[in-house]
Design a protein around this ligand. Structure first.
Ligand code: PLP
Length: 396
């Protein structure tokens, strides 16, 4: 007999996992698989950060639940340096991945979770596990799926005093899009009017292809939590380290989260935290690493975008990160003739026929009939390419 919490009973296997398992099975059969499904940095961890981890392998004690003091200071300084926002060490919480911090935030917060679609695969399942209401907010293909302030306004105006958290992710997974300063300012105005808490997921901020990432915290400092971490820009997803920076007025959330953290994971891995200090302190080596990463991703992103656009697929032009979100509906007739009517069918068939692994847009909250899919252009040897990017003009 199975006794499961009702909230988790209906959570199926994620589309990501299913595609990855099928890809692995095909590869084991000797087929070449183009691994455009997995959203993982292709680059090695910067050498200085890796050696800091080795030097700190002996760190064995539990650390403070909110994080190592020096790391909290380094993260605060990093945000001040990068975005000119007022953040001090007391405002920072370290966790084992920003994903874990998001989960705990949802756990302690009382109110709605507002998510624009398409959005990263885990926000909604986290809300389901907790039993939290999700309010999906409308976005449109014509706006490249960016959230428009009037749509946020419409949602908030329905029940103006309801407490809400809006997750805003930019550069975006899965679209590669980001927001301009004017757009962020307009969204910030609406958020301020309705006192919406913004969870600004800036995990790809350093991978803005032109190095011009701008945080919404510049325009709504009192209501924005900045989420970041080592997983994407430092190539260290498996290290598991995420950071949240809170405004003073939201310290009650930080305190509640640290109570839950202390009763669950206790503290984030000690050697990783010591190494992360080096990463957030920055400096010439880290800056060069980032510049090279951006050059490679920009060149590849624009190249892939031109190919998809040239093939008639509507695809937002990527500004950051390593994803593209083509919409295959211009090919609907040909696809229907082959019995393909949904994004899931399209991705399964594409994998079987060509070995190209994409993830269906439905995994990111879009209707399956819409025929959108995510392509992660990270199937290359990042170490080799990064070395070459140091002295060659950007290609292809
Ligand atoms: N947010 C977005 C948009 C992501 O794509 C990811 C990772 O894929 C995360 C958050 C989670 O990152 P972390 O490794 O810090 O948990």
């Amino acid at each position: 007999e199975i006794h499961l919490n009702l909230n988790v009973r209906d959570l199926g296997q994620s589309a990501t996992l299913a595609i990855n398992e099928r890809s692995a099975a095909l590869a084991a059969d000797g087929r070449h698989v183009f691994r455009f499904g997995l959203g993982q940095s292709p680059f090695p961890i910067p050498a200085a950060v890796e050696s800091e981890l080795k030097a700190n392998a002996h760190q064995k004690d539990y650390l403070p639940v909110k994080g190592l003091r020096n790391l909290r200071e380094a993260v605060a300084e990093y945000h001040r340096r990068g975005q000119g926002v007022e953040v001090s060490a007391e405002d920072v919480m370290i966790g084992p991945g920003s994903k874990e911090l998001m989960f705990i935030l949802q756990l302690v917060y009382y109110g709605d979770l507002v998510i624009p679609t398409p959005s990263w695969v885990s926000y909604a399942p986290q809300a389901h596990i907790i039993g939290r209401q999700i309010r999906w907010v409308q976005t449109r293909y014509q706006n490249n799926w960016r959230l428009m302030p009037e749509d946020l306004e419409r949602l908030c105006a329905r029940d103006p005093s309801r407490p809400r958290i809006l997750i805003l992710n930019y550069p975006n997974n899965p679209t590669g899009e980001t927001y301009s300063a004017d757009e962020l300012q307009a969204l910030a105005q609406v958020a301020r009017r309705y006192r919406v808490v913004l969870l600004s997921d800036e995990i790809y901020g350093e991978l803005h292809h032109r190095g011009q990432h701008m945080s919404v915290a510049r325009f709504y400092p009192e209501g924005t939590i900045i989420s970041s971490g080592l997983s994407k820009w430092c190539g260290a997803g498996g290290w598991r380290l995420g950071t949240f920076a809170f405004p003073r007025g939201l310290h009650w959330l930080l305190e509640a989260m640290s109570v839950v953290a202390s009763e669950t994971y206790t503290s984030t891995s000690a050697p990783i935290q010591f190494a992360a200090v080096r990463a957030f302190q920055g400096g010439l080596e880290i800056e060069q690493y980032l510049q090279q990463s951006r050059r490679v991703l920009q060149a590849l992103g624009q190249y892939c975008w031109r190919r998809l656009d040239g093939a008639g697929l509507h695809t937002p032009r990527p500004a950051g990160g390593f994803y593209l979100f083509p919409d295959f509906s211009p090919l609907r007739e040909q696809l229907t003739a082959r019995g393909i009517g949904t994004a899931s069918q399209l991705c399964n068939q594409l994998l079987e026929d060509t070995g190209v692994a994409l993830l269906p847009g439905s995994a990111f909250g879009r209707p399956d009939e819409e025929l959108s899919a995510r392509l992660a252009y990270v199937d290359f040897d990042g170490a080799k390419v990064l070395t070459a990017a140091g002295d060659e003009p950007a290609g292809p």
